[in-house]
Design a protein around this ligand. Structure first.
Ligand code: C2O
Ligand code: CU
Length: 496
């Protein structure tokens, strides 16, 4: 990227950073206010006597990780990226002890889970931050089956190695597949001579990316139309950061993980985008993908050549495995580079790391193209309460906004228990925003997929409905972690 493009990032978040300082300052005081009585009541409905308990430990700490060539100093849960895979059955009680060995405060957010508000892991909103060297135990019922993940909700920690898959099995799952694979996609910069905090500094610096390598900074998001950096025909502005690496299950393409099956077997592939600034276009060479779930919830199955997965989104996909070795490619949409895993059912030479299967350029499904399965479609009901969220930003100061304000100064979204609530995400910028609502699964208006994260493309409006049935204070934000960090966040707020 040219320095001209870099200059477009001038003054990123001058406002938002001040706001964040304010947020963490009040982290342990009055801002922590889930309405205790109604939260307890709602949670009692999820609990069963004799509930099965799943216990786990997470140890966020500084460590050294081999990404399959590049060896990086980073922060991870234990010593692996992604962190340990957590697994429960719907209805189970999860008890996860977090032992914070980071030199910083942290938190764990259980992305997509409709859990009790006080366990949602948002410092300053639902809990006090977990101090450096301190423990914290999360305990919550997981009500719905599906593919989820966990990550800190503290600054830019997600863009280090701090994330892992959380799978919730359905005791009534008919199966219909022989093998199961989980693939976590990620965009990686930490420990390559830069850190996420350094990248944000480059973005916010008035020198416009003068720090560090200065490469890859492109703020194509302001609607000026001047940028010619990371642009995608599908997404418009496709991100702010050109990462040095894109990973599948913590591996660079030169040292890919291998997913094995027998030829002719049916495989269930769970895809999770744990990236911070990258949407991925995913295809498996020589195969078609049948999408069965989006963000954990079933959809009317659709067969496609490729799919687009935004940050925070998940897809479950069924594949009938062919005979040989095949590249599972996740193209960094609008950027240069890809993540890679191999699907193998027979001996054979692996494809090149930069392989581009023809499927990538054929039919590409976005989650807005999907329809909810009948079993999870929202019941028809009048909307009791509507909220407009105008998604935008400005050049000076450089900041990402909801209704022209940056968190924590954004207007909250008041809702009351029992209401049908409509959120209208109106993207007024030339950058895409994967919008995420905590504690609820919304339905795209008109019978679309049940989801918790949805890509809103440049100048697009996406309307979603949800049933306000989970009292508390729920973060609602862009899952581009750099956008969230510099302001694009608000609160779905029940009365306390
Ligand atoms: Cu995965 Cu508030 O986010
Ligand atoms: Cu955004």
């Amino acid at each position: 990227m040219s320095s001209e493009l870099s200059r477009r990032n001038v003054l990123f978040g001058a406002f938002g950073l001040a706001g964040l300082a304010a947020m963490s300052a009040c982290g342990s005081t009055s801002a922590v206010s889930p309405p205790a009585g109604s939260v307890r009541q709602a949670d009692a409905l999820r609990r069963r006597s004799g509930q099965h308990v799943v216990t786990a430990n997470l140890t966020p700490r500084p460590t050294t990780v081999d990404l399959g060539g590049p060896v990086v100093n980073t922060w991870a849960y234990g010593d692996t990226v992604p962190g340990p895979l957590l697994r429960a059955r719907a209805g189970d009680l999860m008890r996860v002890q977090v032992d914070n060995q980071l030199p910083a405060t942290t938190s764990v957010h259980w992305h997509g889970i409709a859990l009790r508000n006080s366990m949602d892991g948002v410092p300053g909103m639902t809990q006090a931050p977990i101090g450096a060297g301190k423990p914290f135990t999360y305990e919550f019922t997981v009500p719905d089956p599906g593919t989820y993940f966990y990550h800190p909700h503290s600054g830019l920690q997600l863009d280090r190695g701090l994330h892992g898959a959380l799978l919730v099995d359905d005791p009534a799952d008919p199966g219909g597949y022989d093998v199961e694979w989980t693939v976590v996609l990620d965009d990686w910069v930490d420990g390559t001579g830069r850190t996420p905090e350094g990248v944000l500094k480059e973005l916010t610096s008035s020198r416009g990316g003068g720090a560090g390598s200065g490469k890859g900074m492109d703020g194509m998001g302001m609607g000026s139309g001047k940028g010619k950096g990371m642009i995608s025909p599908l997404l418009g502005g496709a991100g702010d950061i050109a990462y040095p690496h894109y990973l599948a299950n913590g591996r660079v393409p030169a040292a890919p993980v291998t997913l094995t099956a027998k030829s002719g077997q049916r495989a269930k592939l769970r895809l999770i985008n744990a990236g911070s600034d990258t949407a991925f276009r995913v295809a498996l060479g020589g195969h078609r993908l049948t999408i069965t779930h989006s963000d954990g919830f079933p959809v009317a199955p659709v067969t496609t050549d490729a799919l687009l997965i935004g940050m925070g989104e998940r897809y479950d996909v069924l594949i009938t495995v062919g005979d040989g070795v095949f590249p599972l490619v996740a193209l960094a949409e609008g950027k240069q580079g890809n993540a890679l895993a191999l699907v193998r059912s027979a001996a054979g030479t692996p494809p090149k790391t930069s392989v581009r299967p023809a499927e990538l350029a054929k039919k590409v499904i976005l989650s807005t193209d999907l329809t909810a399965a009948d079993s999870v479609r929202l019941k028809t009901k009048d909307v009791d309460r509507s909220h407009d969220l105008l998604l935008s930003g400005s050049m000076t100061p450089y900041r990402w906004t909801i209704n022209s304000k940056t968190f924590p100064d954004t207007d909250t979204l008041p809702v009351e228990e029992g209401q049908r609530v409509r959120l209208r995400f109106q993207n007024m910028s030339m950058m895409f925003h994967p919008m995420h609502v905590h504690g609820h699964t919304f339905g795209l208006v008109g019978g679309g997929a049940r989801k918790d994260t949805v890509i809103v493309r440049p100048m697009q409006t996406v309307q979603v409905d949800l049933d306000a049935n989970n009292p508390g204070q729920w973060a609602t934000h862009c899952h581009n972690i750099y956008h969230a960090e510099t302001g694009m966040m608000t609160t779905l707020s029940y009365p306390s």
